[in-house]
Design a protein around this ligand. Structure first.
Ligand SMILES: Nc1ncnc2c1ncn2[C@@H]1O[C@H](COP(=O)(O)OP(=O)(O)OP(=O)(O)O)[C@@H](O)[C@H]1O
Ligand SMILES: [Mg+2]
Length: 235
């Protein structure tokens, strides 16, 4: 479902990602950890073709990103949903409109859209906010709208960049529960997080830690550790 081989990325002379190699099967759940600046967002951006693959290779949902022409990027993004670290929701649209938009562009019927939007709004505890403008919501509420918009399309792969960063513990746990539900229905999830508490609560998930752009730890065999001095996450 997702294979990354010797993937590197530089911004000018700075290498934000260095020789990363790992693969995930359909339906796996991966926590991507590492301190600020470690390269998590860079890796996610490469995986949904917001940055070009220049060094190494990456295949996502059957698309070889190195040779993917720009006109095929929308096809990739129909399979891969993203929750951005900075939300990217529209402040002058309501919660309902922001979430429904993801389905409208895919051509679903109004009835279907209505049912799906209301279900995901309920799941994320946003019922009382459904007709409010997103610009009037708190940070945590906006974050939940961003997640709702990504999961409502039932993606094959869900990439989430710090989706619990603005949430209290209870909401964060609820949010992870939502990702888990999609995961149980076969969605492959990659979730970048700073929170070691969240990762600890899900020892069954795959874990990959980046440091200065390198994979320094992983808890399964599908990843190649750059430095063999650290064998396991949290060891
Ligand atoms: N567009 C860019 N231009 C130049 N440098 C960049 C750019 N994007 C990221 N970087 C640098 O690459 C490194 C990795 O950044 P990245 O955003 O991937 O880190 P991160 O692990 O997501 O951090 P955080 O946890 O703070 O979100 C950082 O040092 C950052 O300054
Ligand atoms: Mg980041």
């Amino acid at each position: 479902m997702l294979t990354v081989t010797n993937l590197s990325h530089n911004f000018g002379s700075y290498w934000a990602l260095k020789n990363c190699t790992f693969s995930l099967n359909k339906g796996e759940f991966l926590f991507l950890t590492g301190s600020s600046g470690a390269g998590k967002t860079t890796l996610l951006r490469l995986l949904y073709a917001s940055l070009p693959v220049m060094r190494g290779s990456a295949t996502v949902a059957g698309y070889n990103l190195k040779s993917l022409p720009a006109r095929k990027i929308p096809d990739l993004r129909r399979q891969v949903s993203v929750v951005f670290q900075d939300f990217k929701i529209l402040p002058y649209r309501t919660v309902y409109q922001n979430i429904a938009m993801a389905l409208e562009v895919r051509g679903f019927s109004k009835v279907h859209i209505d049912r799906r939007v209301r279900a995901v709004v309920r799941g994320l505890g946003l019922e009382s906010r459904i007709n409010m403008m997103c610009g009037e919501l708190s940070g945590g509420e906006q974050q939940r709208v961003a997640v709702a918009r990504s999961v409502v399309v039932n993606p094959k792969i869900l990439l989430a960049d710090e989706p619990t960063g603005n949430l209290d513990e209870e909401l964060a746990a609820r949010m992870i529960g939502i990702f888990k539900q999609f995961h149980m229905h076969g969605t492959t999830v990659v979730l970048a997080t700073h929170s070691s508490d969240i990762v600890r609560m899900h020892p069954e998930a795959r874990q990959l830690r980046l440091e200065h752009g390198k994979i320094v730890a992983a808890n399964w065999r599908g990843a190649e550790i750059f430095s063999d001095s650290i064998a396991e996450v949290h060891s």
